[in-house]
Structures are given as C-alpha cells and as structure tokens.
Design a protein around this ligand. Structure first.
Ligand code: VGL
Ligand code: ZN
Length: 242
C-alpha cells in the first residue's frame, strides 16, 4: 500500500512538473492569471457570418462567443484576425462534386477532404466578419482558402501541407512567439491553426470557452487529443487576467 502511494505521489509530482512547463502552466500552478505581454498574440479565427447562426455553415452558438472574444482582445496588445475566403465553386464545397452531400468526404490529391455547404465566398456578406466583433486594434487580417483547388483550415499552412500563408513569417518578424487561439470552429480551423503553430515552433494555447466546435464524426474529441499530443495548452478565459 505504502509503496503504491509513493509511486502515485511520484507520478503526481512528475505530472505537476510537466504541467508547470511553459508559461501558462507555471501561472496556473502558482494560481496566478496569465497577463498577455509584448510577445503574446490573440488569433481570432474565422468569426464570420457563415459560421454563426443564420449562416450557411453555422456553428451552434457561434455568436455566443463574440462578446467574450471582444473582452479578451481588449487585454491583448497584439491581435490577428483570420477569414476563410473561398472562391465560388471551391473544391471544399459539396456542390462542386457531383453526387456529394455536405459533411461527406472525398479524396483529393492532398488527402481526404470533408465537403461543406458553400460558405465564405470572397466578397459576400457571409464572408464578412461578424458585425458584433469589435476589435479595432487588430493588426492583421489573414485570409486563407482562396485557391480554388486547395482548402486551408489552418491560418499557417494550406491543406496541401506545403504552401504557407505567410503568418509564421509575420509573427517571427514581429517577435510574437506565443499564440492564443479563439473563434470558430474548435475542431477545424482553430485546431489546425494551433497544431501548425506548434509545428512552426510557437507556443500555442486554445481558450476553450471562447471557441465553439462543429463536431462531425468525432472531430471535436480527436482535435483535443491531437492538440494535447502536440503540446497545445487548453485554457479557459478565466485563466487570463484580462
Ligand atoms: C471551417 C469548415 C470549413 C472553420 C472552415 O473555420 O473551422 N470549417 N471551412
Ligand atoms: Zn472553409
């Protein structure tokens, strides 16, 4: 019994040490809140009309996070926004594939592609940022998925896995090394962006209550597991001093 208890305590200590690695973990271990600084950037992913109620690819309660995102943004000196920005007839639209329905998949040269309702077509109202999003100090808007034959969930890398959007270079030049993600949807554009942030060598955290997911075919659970495996921190807005 005693032996088990010691082993357990040892494991608990190892877990605690792991949790204390990284700034967010350290702050949490000290019961302190994270105060965003000069190296921190809030990335607001795809808070667009198409992804909010009334939109063609509406995420449940997608609009409910907007006031929280506005509040969080007020605590960050540096904010970057993204927009999903597709051509008409984009390869990710089910309507571009004869016999396919939304949420089915198809095989493309770069891998399996989930097929979506038409959404975020360049220059349409659906592609506009949600009108309640109020972040006038945002420094960059990055558009992605603008090539007809390639999707881009990630703000960093198109779905072919080799065409960068330029965001990593921008953040490096600006010495912004810690990425905090909020927006839509948790299991697609937020998760893929956070995973690519790690691949590009940035610290990455997702603020869970400032995101909402689509959850098709177990995608939300898989996204969190993948993010945990890649060292993406899972935070709540209450973990930040903003
Ligand atoms: C997204 C599906 C298709 C997203 C974009 O923003 O998460 N999801 N395009
Ligand atoms: Zn899209």
């Amino acid at each position: 019994m005693r032996h088990d208890r010691r082993a357990f305590l040892g494991m608990a200590a190892a877990g605690l040490a792991a949790a204390m690695m990284g700034r967010a973990g350290r702050a949490a271990a000290q019961g302190a809140k994270i105060k965003p600084g000069a190296q921190d950037v809030l990335l607001v992913i795809d808070v667009q009309n198409c992804f909010t109620p009334g939109g063609s690819l509406a995420v449940k309660d997608g609009d409910a996070i907007v006031p929280l995102i506005n509040k969080l943004a007020g605590g960050f000196e540096h904010v970057v926004l993204t927009q999903d920005w597709h051509t008409p007839g984009h390869v990710s639209f089910a309507s571009s594939h004869a016999g396919k329905k939304p949420f089915e998949t198809t095989s493309l040269p770069y891998g399996t592609q989930v097929l979506w309702p038409d959404h975020c077509v360049q220059g349409t109202d659906g592609a506009n940022l949600h009108p309640a999003l109020k972040i006038p100090h945002a420094e960059l808007v990055i558009r992605k998925g603008y090539r007809k034959d390639v999707d881009s969930y990630s703000a960093f890398m198109e779905a072919d896995g080799k065409t960068p959007t330029g965001l990593a270079g921008y953040l490096r030049e600006r010495k912004l090394s810690r990425c905090y993600f909020v927006g839509l949807a948790t299991d697609f554009c937020v998760a893929w962006s956070a995973l690519d942030a790690r691949k590009a060598g940035f610290e990455a955290a997702v603020i869970e209550d400032a995101c909402r997911g689509i959850d098709v075919g177990g995608s939300l659970g898989k996204a969190w597991a993948d993010m945990q495996g890649a060292g993406v921190k899972r935070l709540q807005s209450s973990d930040l001093a903003v």
